[in-house]
Ligand binder design. Structure first.
Ligand SMILES: [Zn+2]
Length: 214
């Protein structure tokens, strides 16, 4: 039986509801190819038990994970990377070059969010951010291709929502992992005719409409 927070999408791709704020609001993805795995985005620290349970669900151990790829370092996408990495002995983090230092030392990331939300909300929503050892983090570059058990994944630099954002093209499923670049869409706003309402992810502080459109 599939746990209610795991949605198999086919092609070895599983969406995992991270549980952030409310059900079906924030997703991470598990990609499986020939016994090896990658996580694309992680959600927050509080999502880590679900991510590890998803591995168990597909009959893989944490040692089967080769890559953890946050689309960008905002906490709803990457806040759990450090804690997750503590359970993944073989994994490497692949992050946009502008986000790399925040994975190795999340102090500034935490302080920035703390100034907005306050400590009570930081603990409730995010928990304490964990650093990743520098030798376990790689910077991506535009046009780079990595492989997951031979399955190519293409990294594209996508500034606009944030300057530290890349997107991932999976040629095998012909799918993009877009992070916050494509937009936001909430099912509560779907119309009676089944149309989906979307809006650009214009979150401060690096939102650049021209770059996002490009
Ligand atoms: Zn974001």
């Amino acid at each position: 039986m599939v746990p209610d927070y795991i949605v198999p999408l086919g092609g070895g791709i599983y969406a995992i509801d991270t549980g952030f704020q409310r059900p079906r609001f924030d997703a991470a993805y598990l990609l499986v190819e020939n016994g090896r795995a990658a996580f694309i985005d992680t959600g927050t620290n509080h999502a880590v038990p679900r991510l590890l349970a998803a591995l168990d669900f597909v009959d893989l151990t944490p040692a089967a994970v080769d890559w953890v790829i946050p689309t960008h370092v905002h906490l709803d996408h990457a806040g759990g990377v450090g804690l997750l990495m503590q359970s993944l002995p073989q994994a490497t983090v692949l992050v946009h070059p502008r986000g790399l230092r925040h994975m190795v030392d999340p102090t500034a990331l935490f302080e920035g969010a703390l100034a907005v939300y306050g400590m009570e909300e930081m603990q409730r929503s995010y928990g304490q951010l964990q650093p990743v050892a520098a030798e376990r983090v790689q910077a991506s570059h535009d046009g780079q291709t990595i492989e997951l058990a031979g399955r190519p994944l293409l990294l594209i630099d996508t500034p606009g929502h944030a300057r530290h954002h890349h997107c991932i093209w999976d040629a095998q499923s012909r799918g993009w992992f877009t992070g916050d670049t494509f937009g936001l869409s909430y099912r509560e706003f779907d119309t009676a005719a089944g149309l989906e309402w979307l809006m650009p992810t214009s979150t401060p502080v690096q939102f650049d409409p021209q770059a996002l459109r490009a």
